[in-house]
Design a protein around this ligand. Sequence first.
Ligand code: ZN
Length: 81
Amino acid sequence: MLTTEDFTLMPEGLLVPLAGRVGRCPRCARTGVEARTESGMDYVHVQTSEVMCDGMLVEPQDCCVTLPNLPVSLSLVLFES
Ligand SMILES: [Zn+2]
């Protein structure tokens, strides 16, 4: 069964089981849940989750990258633009 979770409809501070606490995205100011990825830190706004026989498959549908793992010089350029 595929379920869609829309964190933008949830109030800031709400604790979502398995996802985390809802906070405000520094990039687009909508509410979302922080998610750590190999490329840095994302703010997930909408995700789908599907229960599989061997676990749960979670896929972000709408997210912002808030803290990319970039060298300092590159991240300065990014934040100025
Ligand atoms: Zn965002």
